[in-house]
Design a protein around this ligand. Sequence first.
Ligand code: FES
Length: 85
Amino acid sequence: MFQRTEPADCSIEWDGAVLPARTGEPLAAALLAAGVVRLRGTVLSGAPRGAFCMMGACFDCVVQVEGAVVQACMVAVTPGMKAAP
Ligand code: FES
């Protein structure tokens, strides 16, 4: 289980749920700290995918942030950020 070392200072929205986060931390880290490990399913089988490499190499953390397709490990949290699978 991933745990944040400093307390949350804002919230984000993940697929309609409000989650604690810390401004500037990677979105993938904020989601992991909140217990979100499944970020999407594969197109063909629906197999679960979530953050794996945490350095922009695997693309398993692809999500949507306010309409843009991004790698969650490469995007910094901003207060009120809205993300979805
Ligand atoms: S976790 Fe691998 S690209 Fe984001």
